[in-house]
Ligand binder design. Sequence first.
Ligand code: SAM
Length: 263
Amino acid sequence: MRIDVVSIFPEYLAALDLSLIGKARQDGVLDVRVHDLRSFTTDRHRTVDDTPYGGGAGMVMKAEPWAQALEAVLAEAPAAPRRPTLVVPSPAGAVFDQAMAHEFADLDHLVFACGRYEGIDERAIDWARAGFDVRPVSLGDYVLNGGEVAVLAMVEAVGRLIPGVVGNPESLVEESHADGLLEYPVYTKPSSWRDRDVPEVLLSGNHARIAQWRRLEQFHRTADRRPDLLAAVDTTALTKAELKALREAGFDVVDGRLTRTTH
Ligand code: SAM
């Protein structure tokens, strides 16, 4: 996969040299290129921002450096059946989630436009629609100072879904959000630590019991921490055995929704 990131703080993206993403770049699985928006300016001060039309606080990123930068990215884009997707991090975008990470992981070429200040002149984003599939994407319902942190999060979430990036693909299967639920709690050695013991079932060697315990822990944890996700469980997809185990653990299906009836 090819990834281009345009930012006024290219150094911010140095973290993409580390860990699994860094290794995937070295191995040629990910081709990540970071561009300095200021190198696409033409004035002595390398200006990328100006005051907002209509007044108000803050500055707005000028359209022309963005158009120049994105044209350069397009000119160097590898031949691919689909045009590149331009992800514009913004608190006013659709919220990034695991489903979107999977969607992006299937693409050949992702381009990220890191905004700063009050954001990018909207005309640049409109203009980009001629050459890119444009996706305004939010990391969550809060405001960051710039798009770089959002890009680091998205590249990591997308990158780890690309075959060859995570050593053991099995580890992607049993993770939080893989099946709409949160992951069960995990433990490692020693089995007893500061008066706290690992749940006995995990030491039993009985794989069926362990699997059932983990599954029920997923439901309990999701009910505790993310009741919105529990309510979204497709109850028609639950097997009879699962429903029986869930009822014994204090859950039931009420008006078509999985609900915890007792604690
Ligand atoms: N004035 C903008 C608004 O209220 O929608 C916020 C601008 S913010 C200070 C500057 C930049 O940070 C944005 O252009 C965007 O690139 C990035 N940013 C801020 N919050 C974000 C979020 N929740 N998700 C993704 N990017 C974000």
